[in-house]
Design a protein around this ligand. Structure first.
Ligand code: NDP
Length: 323
């Protein structure tokens, strides 16, 4: 029998099921690791917005070894990672000892990272990498000025801070928890710590321009004020709504400063973009530092950890050990 964390109408529970429940994907994976992201926390605590059909195995990420495959890109025994691509939304996810997936958007573990590190980075790390790649591809370089990272103690924010610092950017890390985590953010490479309150509240449409780029995972007024503080021709990436899904901004920064607002969607990113993001992570992440910011939990612990994540009780990354 296979077991995993299944979301049903009444909530999420650890269950046993037979292989027929896994569906009809062409690649069978013995899952070794997954991780806990904001979306996983919503799914396993029974909140709406992620799981769109039930019953469904939760877990938006999956790292394991190929057991059987009808896809010539893969051979039995290969390590494989799949992030997003509908996992835990419309397809069974990674919180299971065995999975059957469509592996078209899966990538191999990149050189320089262990399967464990890849799982610890997970969707949050890979989204941070997509955000940094976008800022750079829009022409922002370290000499242009600091890059603001919002929600900096979170998964996306922590990894974005590390990647940007390694790439030579000056990083201004914004957090609602300066007292507890200011030193942590400095250890990741942040050179300025910005209190979240400084970015909250309705601000003017154009404020003192100071950031060449922004990696935002918070949304709402924080994002609006970040856009209003972006230097001419700077780029702001928006991937999340940890604070709010609203965007109470004006067009002034776009039409008077040439600011670009770039959306980041990790779920359906192309295979090419995924490979680029994982290559950047393999170069830009120090595995020892990642280890220090990673907590480990068993599959049984994901519901409690999910509650903690949503109530501000976690920081960094949470690795889920499946088998
Ligand atoms: P985490 O929970 O790890 O981090 C979110 C951080 O946001 C927190 O650590 C906190 O940082 C800050 N925050 C939390 N609540 C609030 C609030 N009410 N107001 C302002 N800031 C807040 O989540 P992730 O990093 O995994 O994900 C962040 C967001 O990005 C989520 O909305 C997630 O769904 C989204 N996301 C989107 C993806 C995509 O493909 N578009 C992929 C991955 C994530 P601090 O205390 O330091 O301020």
């Amino acid at each position: 029998m296979v077991h995993g964390m299944v979301v049903e109408d009444g909530g999420a529970t650890l269950k046993e099921y037979d292989e027929a429940f896994l569906g009809d994907g062409g690649v069978v994976v013995d899952v070794v690791y997954s991780d806990l992201n904001y979306k996983d926390a919503l799914a396993v605590t029974g909140r709406p917005g992620v799981v769109r059909t039930t019953p469904l195995i939760a877990g938006i990420d999956l790292v394991g070894t190929v057991a059987e495959t009808d896809d010539p890109r893969w051979s039995p025994g290969d390590w494989i990672v799949l992030n997003g691509a509908g996992l835990s939304e419309t397809k069974h996810g990674g919180y299971t000892t065995r999975a059957r997936i469509d592996a078209k958007l899966a990538v191999a573990i990149p050189d320089g990272l262990s399967p464990e590190s890849v799982a610890a980075l997970g969707t949050a790390g890979y989204t941070a990498a997509l955000s940094v790649l976008r800022i750079v591809s829009e022409g922002v370089s370290p000499g242009d000025g600091p890059v603001l990272v919002t929600g900096a103690t979170g998964g996306v924010g922590s990894i974005a801070t590390m990647l940007l610092a390694t790439a030579g950017f000056e990083v201004a890390a914004s957090t609602g928890r300066v007292d507890r985590f200011g030193d942590y953010l400095s250890s990741l490479g942040a050179t300025q710590i910005v209190a979240r309150e400084e970015l909250e509240g309705r601000g003017k449409p154009l404020q003192k321009a100071q950031y060449a780029g922004v990696v935002d995972s918070v949304g709402g007024e924080v994002l609006a004020n970040a856009i209003a503080r972006t230097l001419p021709n700077g780029t702001v990436t928006a991937c999340g709504l940890a604070g709010s899904a609203a965007l109470p901004a004006t067009v002034m920064p776009f039409i008077l400063r040439g600011v670009t607002l770039a959306g980041i969607d990790s779920v359906w990113a192309s295979l090419e973009d995924r490979a680029d993001a994982w290559r950047l992570l393999s170069k830009g992440i120090d595995p020892q530092q990642l280890d220090l910011m990673t907590s480990r939990i068993p599959l049984e612990g994901v519901i409690a950890a999910g509650e903690q994540l949503l109530t501000g009780g976690l920081h960094g990354r949470t690795l889920v050990e499946i088998s």
